[in-house]
Every structure is written in structure tokens, then in C-alpha cells.
Design a protein around this ligand. Structure first.
Ligand code: NAD
Ligand code: MG
Length: 394
């Protein structure tokens, strides 16, 4: 039986890895929607190859190029935020949420309306609106499957286990490109320094977030929201080889670890075939060749994002939306060269401070709209913080 699939963020790193798995078993799937951003040529190529029903670019100004590239194929073309939501309304058995940033939240949330299986790579969705998303899935009979290597690892380690027996969850961190840099040197880290990941090939934004450990900060929150485990039971450890992705500790003292090659097709494939375990084209691990697995505690002085994640989890409510939005703005400014590497965390912290003085961030999230409004306002406040930082520097 063919399964229908849609991929949001198809042109990105996760999207392309997803298409790679689908391509290998072409007859088993029918592609409904593929979406992308600026990379219209890639989107059109993929839509043609997989004979998608519809291709959507997030940017209205890309529509005519997309239409031209698809002319004569019968594949529908659309553009803009509304078109992304309409694409999410098209029923599909399995939907990959792999847009980067908070932009992925609304389409993923919408897809849950028709009780689908949502493979969630977009961790920002859980950070900004975790309780809302999880409740929506439950209400609609939809299923969210984690597509982050650590969270897929935890999910797999929990198969057949009782959550009441879980004592702790440890997600590993490679430490990113600047893991061993001293604090004085981190201040001068350039975009190029931060953009080279030692183990994983990923989109540029998450690669830089790995170097600042903002990615791990998001993932701590993601763990809390997805597995419903209190923050005190969640920890991270630096593991430079990226072979163990996560460990679950039980109340008998046992630690169940998940090991695998650093290849996202592991987590994507697990979510694609769940609850089955299908053969996957990933490297096999040769433990004797690897010889050693190292671990060290993360340094929160050099990587303050981890401390901020704890504060965000303690606050709950809309703190996650502010944290993520401010982080996205800080990252934009770092990429543009207008703030330094070590300015990102103070910018995020200052935004959290300002926003929590303006609003009560704690308390239940009621609707997607309040999350989106918080996100919008946090971006404005974060941009103000960035200008202040630049003035100070000048
Ligand atoms: P990427 O930058 O390679 O791709 C992002 C995709 O989103 C592209 O298709 C892009 O066109 C689209 N996009 C960008 N901005 C958009 C917008 N405003 N509106 C709509 N679409 C937009 O990113 P990635 O590395 O594939 O990461 C995607 C998501 O998966 C992120 O949430 C990331 O944190 C998560 N993730 C990635 C990896 C990885 O190995 N790459 C691992 C774990 C989790
Ligand atoms: Mg991860």
C-alpha cells in the first residue's frame, strides 16, 4: 500500500535526507506537498522527480519562478505563509516538519488537525508551544514522532518501558565547532569558525547553534516538552564523538544508551517506519576502530545558553517563545556580522528580562495566536537589544 507523505522544508538538510530515504523505496510513497524557501530551483526539481501534488515556496516573490519551473507538469505551485497552511491541510499519512525556526510552528500545528503522523524535526515548535502542540496531537488523535538524533534515541530507549521508572534523561552534545576554545577566544569567533561542525552535516543555522550550544539549550527544552519529564531529571553531557546520542537512566540504576553513526537518516528513518524498524543505508559503527568514547561536563560560563534553558524551563509558559525568537534574532545578527559570538546569549537574556517585565510569561499557553504574538514582539525587543549592543560597540 502506498503511503502519502508531505515534507515541509524539503529543500533543507533534513528535507533532502528524507527525500533520499523515500527515493530508495519510491514505489511505497506518494508525495503530496513539498515546501521550500528561497531555493526554488531545487524545490521544482524535487517536485518533478517525486511528482508531488503541490510545491510551495514560503516567499511570495518566488511564485512566478516556481510556476515557470513547473509548467506543463500538472504540479500545482503556490507561495506564502497562507499557502504553507493550505498545504498542511492536505491530508497525508506522514508529514515531515523540517522548516527551520519558528516559521515551522504554524504549518506543523495545522497538520495535526487531520490526525496525521507528524515527524518533528522542527524543535522550535516544541520550544515555543510544546504544551499546545502535545495537547493538539492528543485531541486530534495525531502522533508526533521526534526527529532529533537525541530525542529519537530517547524515544527508542523508552520502548516498552514505564515512564514511572525513568530517573533521568541525558542527551549528549558534540560541543560543536568551538568546544575547546577558551572564553577569551570565543569572543572573537567568526561566522566561519562557528559554521564548521566536527561530526554532523546540517543547515547553517543549527550548525552555529551547535557551536554556541543554543542547539543543546533548545534540545533540553524539547526533551522536557516532548517526554513530559521535569527539568531536574534532564541533563546534557559533552561527548565529542557523537556516537551515543542519548541515555535513559532508570530507577534500578540501569542506563540505556542509543548508539549510531552521526547520520540524520537514522532518526528520520525511525520516524518514517515507526513502529517498525526498517533497514537503513547508514554507516555501521566499528567500536574497536572508534576505541574511545569521551565525556565531559559542559561549561556554562563559556556556553551560557545552557543556563538560560534552565531558566526558561523553570518559567514555562511563553518563556520558550521569547527565548527562541530572541535566539533567532541574535543568530541573524551574528550571521550578518553586527554582533559578536559571545553577544548572542546576553542579547537573549536581556530580551527575556525586558519581556518578563512587560508581560507575565509564566502561566499556561492558551492559543497559537498568543505564541505567535509573543514571538513577534520578542523579535522587536531582541532587535532593540541588538541595536543597543552595536551602539555600545561603536
Ligand atoms: P536548513 O536550513 O537546511 O533547511 C530549512 C528548510 O526550511 C529549507 O527547506 C528552507 O527553504 C525552509 N525555510 C527556511 N526559512 C523558512 C521560512 N521562513 N518559512 C518557510 N520555510 C523556510 O535546516 P535543517 O538543518 O534541515 O533544519 C531543519 C529543522 O530540523 C530545524 O528546526 C533544525 O533545528 C532541525 N534539525 C536539524 C538537524 C540536521 O541535522 N540538519 C538535526 C536535528 C534537528
Ligand atoms: Mg539534535
Amino acid at each position: 500500500m502506498t503511503r502519502t507523505v508531505s515534507i515541509f522544508g524539503a529543500t533543507g538538510s533534513i528535507g533532502q535526507n528524507t527525500l533520499d530515504l523515500i527515493r530508495r523505496d519510491r514505489g511505497a510513497y506518494r508525495v503530496v506537498a513539498l515546501t521550500g524557501g528561497r531555493n526554488v530551483a531545487q524545490l521544482a526539481r524535487d517536485a518533478r522527480e517525486f511528482n508531488a501534488e503541490i510545491a510551495v515556496t514560503a516567499h511570495e516573490d518566488g511564485l512566478s519562478a516556481l510556476r515557470d519551473a513547473l509548467s506543463g507538469t500538472g504540479i500545482a505551485a503556490a507561495a506564502g505563509a497562507g499557502a504553507l497552511l493550505e498545504a498542511a491541510d492536505r491530508p497525508a499519512d506522514w508529514i515531515m516538519s523540517a522548516i527551520v525556526g519558528a516559521a515551522g510552528l504554524a504549518p506543523g500545528f495545522r497538520a495535526l488537525h487531520h490526525g496525521t503522523t507528524l515527524a518533528l524535526a522542527n524543535k522550535e515548535s516544541l520550544v515555543t508551544a510544546g504544551p499546545l502542540l502535545m495537547a493538539k496531537a492528543k485531541e486530534q488523535g495525531a502522533r508526533i514522532l521526534p526527529v532529533d538524533s537525541e530525542h529519537s534515541a530517547v524515544f527508542q530507549a523508552l520502548v516498552g518501558e514505564d515512564m514511572a521508572a525513568v530517573e533521568r534523561i541525558i542527551i549528549t552534545a558534540s560541543g560543536g565547532a568551538l568546544r575547546d576554545w577558551p572564553l577569551e577566544r570565543l569572543r572573537y569567533a567568526t561566522l566561519q569558525d562557528a559554521s564548521a561542525h566536527p561530526n554532523w552535516e546540517m543547515g547553517q543555522r543549527i550548525t552555529i547553534d551547535s557551536a554556541s550550544m543554543f542547539n543543546k539549550a533548545l534540545e533540553l527544552i524539547e526533551t522536557h516538552e516532548y517526554f513530559g519529564v521535569v527539568p531536574e531529571k534532564i541533563d546534557t553531557v559533552i561527548h565529542p564523538q557523537s556516537i551515543i546520542h542519548a541515555l535513559v537512566g532508570f530507577h534500578d540504576g540501569a542506563l540505556m544508551a542509543h548508539l549510531g553513526a552521526p547520520d540524520m537518516r537514522h532518526a528520520i528513518g525511525y520516524a518514517l517506519h515507526w513502529p517498525d524498524r526498517a533497514a537503513l543505508p547508514v554507516d555501521r559503527i566499528d567500536l574497536a576502530r572508534i576505541a574511545t568514547l569521551d565525556f565531559q561536563a559542559p561549561d556554562t560560563a563559556r556556553f551560557p545558553a545552557l543556563r538560560l534553558a534552565r531558566e526558561v524551563m523553570a518559567a514555562g509558559g511563553h518563556a520558550g517563545a521569547v527565548f527562541n525568537a530572541a535566539k533567532e534574532v541574535a543568530l541573524d545578527h551574528f550571521i550578518a556580522g553586527s554582533i559578536g559570538f559571545m553577544d548572542m546569549a546576553p542579547l537573549v537574556e536581556a530580551t527575556l528580562d525586558v519581556m518578563s517585565r512587560e508581560f507575565r510569561l509564566e502561566g499556561a499557553i492558551e492559543t497559537l495566536d498568543t505564541v505567535l504574538q509573543t514571538d513577534h514582539l520578542a523579535r522587536i525587543r531582541a532587535a532593540e537589544q541588538a541595536s543597543q549592543l552595536q551602539e555600545k560597540r561603536a
